[in-house]
Design a protein around this ligand. Structure first.
Ligand code: ADP
Ligand code: MG
Ligand code: ZN
Length: 505
């Protein structure tokens, strides 16, 4: 277990009664380009260490960077999707610092001349009684390059106490885009949920644009969460910047924790240190990192080895005209097409199943059944196996196959679940699973008649009741037949045959 000492925390309700939280989010997105930001090295993940490097991304003397056009195009499309102004001219800047994961001793980034500025994103935030829309203003969207990856051996994987460290430069130079919000004020106790909803919406937009695979767990989308508290009417307080927040849930937890921690300090008459902090997934706490007093001076200056970037306005307009439908608009359109309530739509959104349901409906399944499978059976399976819904081994076409077998009476719900169980376990197509597991409903009347006759013989008192007019008593016999056929009889057909036989239909 962890041995971190716990600082005093205020109760959340007390903190919010006294202070107004202000949040700000810095999100890094790793672009899915084929090659790196300033050289032609491949960006594929998982190559053997230092196999995807060249003089440019190793920072060897005399090498010269060249900007990746696709990375610029992706960044402009991101800026447009975030309602930003795309500047007509900008430059890269050198951010100077030493760290062994960055062989040039500087990172090429953008500083006071970012490529996209002044945008906003409207996000739907769930509240106790529905959904409220909050506008999050975007300060800037800029380009930079990723660093290499250090692995510390010994010393529990941390640099302190490590026996030695290994460095892999395959990641060095992969294009990154940083999206920085303006301070978000006036959201009160919703602030942590706003942070989460913003990152979630941003992720959906990036996915829709196809610029990144935006997997938080794998680090292709990383978020730093800033938070400060002040009393209402007073100037904003000092912020902390929590790093390593790598899930949507963690964004919300980290912000909530900082509200409680800072409120306790302020309430006791203390003051907040401006610092970076680290978030810990295991217990939801944050601990101090670098303080701003000891922060480096990066000595930014314009990168002399690269041309300025001056996107042709006609090109920008072309990119604007070909932007995909924003996810928020698409969600509203789908909700209308499916004819479902806000609450039901929210469930689909929360399950991360909007697109999957959409594809399943497109494959010919009715919306209610599509939602039922994804939100029920498949969500449960994903949870149990710690997987994403999108990674499950079941396709919309397979759901459509199984659904048509249900409609046609070859399967009932219970059998369909077993079919999917087999499909998810890799036993093949639904038809293979049905064959291998012998799952089809017994629709052959002659096979049912035998079981019905046996049940009738075994339950004479029930038969008397049915004949006497108590048709609902038939359930007992139907149940017996289902048991005898191991659930593979079509219950409706059994009922028909039974009542026919007893001449009460
Ligand atoms: P740095 O590089 O020092 O982190 P940035 O400008 O990149 O600075 O990001 C700072 C983030 O913190 C922005 O999202 C900004 O909106 C936010 N921010 C600034 N002041 C405050 C404050 N008082 N409280 C909360 N967030 C703040
Ligand atoms: Mg920053
Ligand atoms: Zn390279």
């Amino acid at each position: 277990m962890n041995t971190r000492t716990q600082p005093k925390l205020a109760r959340l309700s007390d903190a919010l009664a006294t202070y107004e939280p202000v949040i700000g989010l810095e999100v890094h997105v790793e672009l899915g380009t084929n090659t790196k930001m300033f050289c032609g090295c491949p960006t594929t993940f998982g190559g053997s260490p230092n196999s995807q490097v060249c003089p440019v991304c190793l920072g060897l003397p005399g090498s010269l960077p060249v900007v990746n056009r696709t990375a610029i195009e992706s960044t402009i499309r991101m800026g447009l999707a975030l309602n930003c102004t795309i500047v007509p001219w900008c430059r890269f800047a050198r951010k100077n610092y030493f760290y062994p994961d960055m062989p040039k001793d500087y990172q090429i980034s953008q500083y006071d001349e970012p490529i996209c500025v002044d945008g906003y994103l409207d996000v739907d935030v769930p509240t106790d009684d529905g959904v409220t829309t909050v506008r999050v203003e975007i300060e800037r969207v800029h380009m930079e390059e990723d660093t290499g990856k250090l692995t510390h051996a010994g010393g529990a994987g941390r640099i302190q106490g490590a026996d030695y460290s290994l460095v892999d430069y395959n990641r060095a130079g992969i294009p990154l885009v940083e999206i920085v919000t303006k301070p978000v004020t006036g959201t009160g106790g919703l602030a942590p949920a706003v942070g989460r909803a913003y990152v979630s919406e941003l992720r959906d937009i990036m996915r829709t644009l196809g610029v990144s695979d935006v997997r938080m767990e794998e680090g292709s989308l990383r978020c730093d969460a800033n938070l400060s508290l002040s009393r209402s009417g007073e100037p904003w307080g000092t912020r902390t910047e929590t790093k390593n927040v790598n899930s949507l849930r963690s964004v919300e937890r980290a912000l909530t924790y900082e509200i409680r921690r800072q409120a306790a300090i302020l309430g006791a008459g203390g003051s907040i240190k401006q610092e970076t902090r680290h978030f810990h997934e295991d217990d939801g706490t944050t601990t101090p990192g670098r303080s701003k007093e000891e922060a480096e001076d990066y000595r930014y200056f314009p990168e002399p080895d690269l041309m300025p970037v001056a996107p042709d306005p006609a090109w920008v307009e072309e990119l604007r005209a070909t932007l995909p439908e924003p996810p928020s608009v698409r969600r509203k359109r789908l909700q209308q097409e499916w004819g479902i309530s806000d609450h039901d739509m929210q469930s689909v959104i929360n399950a991360g199943a909007v697109e999957l349901v959409e594809l399943t409906v497109a494959a010919g399944v009715d919306q209610a059944s599509a939602r039922k499978w994804w939100l029920g059976e498949f969500s449960r399976h994903a949870n149990e196996n710690d997987m994403e819904l999108t990674d499950l081994a079941v396709t919309p076409a397979q759901i459509a196959d199984v659904e048509s077998l249900i409609v046609e009476g070859t399967l009932n719900d219970k059998l369909a679940r077993q079919v999917f169980e087999g499909v998810l376990a890799g036993e093949g197509e639904p038809s293979d699973v049905i064959k291998k597991r012998g799952l089809a409903l017994v629709s052959d009347d002659s096979a049912l008649v035998g079981a019905i006759d046996e049940a009738i013989a075994a339950m004479p008192d029930v038969v008397d009741k049915i004949k006497g007019g108590k048709v609902q008593a038939a359930g007992a016999i139907i149940g017996q037949v289902m048991k005898a056929t191991r659930g593979q009889a079509d219950a409706a057909r059994v009922r028909e045959l039974l009542l026919e036989k007893l001449e009460v239909s």
